[in-house]
Design a protein around this ligand. Sequence first.
Ligand code: ADP
Length: 505
Amino acid sequence: MAQETSEPPNNAQAISQTISAFGIELDSLQAQQKKNERAYRLNVFFIPLLRLAGYTFLSISIILHNYYLLGESTFAGGLSFALVGFGYTALTWILLLLFFRRITRIHLGDFFLILEVAIFTYGVYCSGGEKSWLFLMAVARGTDQTATTVKRAAWFAVGSLCSYIALICYLDFIEHHQVHWGIEAAKIIFMIAFLFPIVGSARIAERVRASFHRTIHMAQDFTSHIGKQTAELEAARANLEKLYHREQEVTRTLSELNQMKTNFLIVTSHEMRTPLTVIKGYNEALLNQFFGSLSDTQKKSLEACQHVVDRLTMTVEDILEMLKINEGHLKLKVTDFDFADLLRQISSDMSLFLEKRRQCLDLQVPATLELRADREKIHLVMLNLIQNAIKFTPDEGTIQVTAARNGETVRIAVTDSGIGIEPAEIEKIFEKFYLNEDPLYHTSGKYQYLARGTGLGLSIAKSYVECHQGKIWAESVGKNQGSTFHVILPLRAQAEEDSANPPGR
Ligand code: ADP
C-alpha cells in the first residue's frame, strides 16, 4: 500500500507559518483575502450591532436628559431620536448586506459612518438643541477615529463641528431660538479641545501602522527571497543527485572495464610466458651450439633474437608482478645485506651503458650500510631509478647516487641532469602504465636516450618501497632541469608474508 509522506516544510514555509500563528499573513494574496473578510465582518455585522446598541443608549440618555434637565414630561425627543436612529440602522444594515461587496467605488461602511454625523447632531437637536447638555454627542462620531488616519480623523472632527454649527444656525435663524453665541463659542472651543487629542492619536496610530506595514513588507520580501533560494537549492540538490547517480554508473562501468583489462593482462601474460621460456631455451641451446656449429652471422642473429626475447620476458614479468601487487600477493623475503655494496654492484653492472652514453655516475655511499630488507626488490627499485636516470639524461650528462643512514632509516637520492619532470607530471609518473609520450612513437631500450619501457617500473618500485614501510617521491624544478628521486627505507624492515593492504590498487 502506498504510504503518504508529507514533505517537511522548507525554511520559507516555516517562517511564514510561525508569523501566521501571530495572525500576520506573509502571502500578499492571502493577506488581501483575509483583509477583505475582516472588513466584511466588521462593516456588515459588528458596526451595525454597535450602532443599534449605541442608539438604544443614546435614546435612553436623551429621555433622561430631557426629563431631568429640561423638565419635559413627554419622551418625545428620546423616542423621535430612537425612531430615526433605529430606522437609520435598519436601512443601512439592509443596504450593507445587499451592496457592501458589490459597490466598490465608494466604501459603503465609511459612507454610512460619515452620514451618522447628521444623526448624532439630530440627537443634540432632540435633547434641546442650544440648551442640550448632550452637545458633545455632535462630535461623538469623531471619537472612534483615533486608530484610523489623521486625514480621516480630521474630516470627522471638522464635519461634526460644522454640523453642530449648522444646527445652532438653524435654531437661531430658522426656528428663532434665543441662542447665546458666547456660550456656543465656548462649547465649540470645548469641542475643538475634545477633538484635538483624537486627531493627535490618529497621527500616532498612523505612524505605528506605517512602520508595522514596512516590517510586514520586509518580512514578505524576505520570505519570498528565502522561497526562491530554497527552490534554487532544491534544484541544485536534484542536480547533484543526478550527477551522483551518473558518477556511480561511470564508476561501475570503469571497474568492469578495469576487471576486463586485468583479465586480459592475466591471460595474455600467462599465455606469453610459456612460449617465451621455450623460445629462450631453444635459443640458448642454439647459441651454445648444442645443435651444431654456427656461422658468425647466425650467432649475431641469434644474439639479437635472445636480446629481444629477454626484453619481452622482462615486460611479461613486470606485468605479472604488477598483477600480483594488485591482488595483494606481494611477499617480502627479508635478509640482512650491505646496501652500499648493492649500489656499487648496480653501478658496475651499468658501467657499460654509462660508457656508451658517455655519462658519469657519482656514487656517494659509506663503506658499508647494513640493511634488513628484501634484497631482490630493493635491487630492482635502485636499478629502475638508475636506469631511468641514464635513459632520461642526454649523452655526457651526470648522475649522482647518494645513500646515508639517518636515524633508523636510510635516505637515498638519485639525481640526474636530464630532461626533468613537469610539476603536473610529478605524481602521475608513479601510476601504472604511465607513458609521457604518444605510444605510437614509443621507443624501447635499457639505456638509450629517451627509451621507455612499459610504464610500470616506477609503479612497481613504489609498491616495493611502500611494502617495506618506506617512501618514494620525485622532485624536479621543471623541464630540462634534471630530477631527483628520493627513497626512505627503514633500516630493518618487518618480514611480511602477504601484504595486507595491496599498494597501488
Ligand atoms: P618506464 O619503464 O616506461 O621508463 P617508469 O615507470 O620507470 O616507466 O617511468 C615512467 C615515466 O616517468 C617515464 O616514461 C618518464 O616519462 C618519467 N621518468 C622516470 N624517471 C625519470 C627521470 N629520471 N627523468 C625524467 N623523467 C623520468
